[in-house]
Design a protein around this ligand. Sequence first.
Ligand SMILES: Nc1ncnc2c1ncn2[C@@H]1O[C@H](COP(=O)(O)OP(=O)(O)OP(=O)(O)O)[C@@H](O)[C@H]1O
Ligand SMILES: [Mg+2]
Length: 226
Amino acid sequence: MTGIAVRVEALEMVYEIDGEQVHALRGVDLEFAPGESIALLGPSGSGKSSLLTLLAGLQKPTSGRALLDGQDVTAMSERALLTLRARDVGVVVQGPARNLLPYANAEENVRFAQRAVPRDRRGRLRPPAELLEGLGLGHVRRSGLGALSGGEQQRLSLAVGLAGAPGLLLADEPTSQLDATNRAHVVDMLTAAAADGATIVVVTHDEHMAQQVDRSVHLRDGLVVP
Ligand SMILES: Nc1ncnc2c1ncn2[C@@H]1O[C@H](COP(=O)(O)OP(=O)(O)OP(=O)(O)O)[C@@H](O)[C@H]1O
Ligand SMILES: [Mg+2]
């Protein structure tokens, strides 16, 4: 599989709350090669989640562009973005429950994420049971979300993000609620996806994870810093 190239050009994100402007991103330029794995680091409020959701096309920037394999996601229609995310870009947003279908069990959540993958690519997909097993979730395969702990929901979110064997995985703090054993499961899973050719962008405060990726990018106050 070929990973997706990422290019960010002069990206700015200004939120407005109660007439006050919050400058979350102040002109970010970045380039990630296909298959590269990147850790996005920085203090709380530095703009990491804003950058990730912009790359996923989940919101529009104030200015600038974000290109995935040359396609500008900041200019795409919602419909095209839905297709892109369903087929090519796995997204795990911050806060596990937001990534999951509340009325489906663990395995059904993974299966659902695989439904939009074109037939000619289905052979590449890992069986849901195997993905869940790899993340230490074999025993809760048939459990509904209400029966899953926070950490289990977090790992399930990653299983869903990886379910379609995406060319790009965008994951926001996928280990924030996990113990050492389960953090290692997640790192193994991301390493396997990278070995498969996927480009990976992971927001993390986890030093161990940051050491496993190809490169770290540090954000501070809405800017990339050395
Ligand atoms: N939807 C929003 N509306 C208003 N302000 C927002 C919104 N999302 C983020 N912000 C603000 O933008 C800034 C950057 O937030 P962002 O969530 O990108 O930071 P972060 O680096 O992911 O932080 P954390 O490590 O706490 O998750 C913060 O000041 C935040 O309060
Ligand atoms: Mg965040």
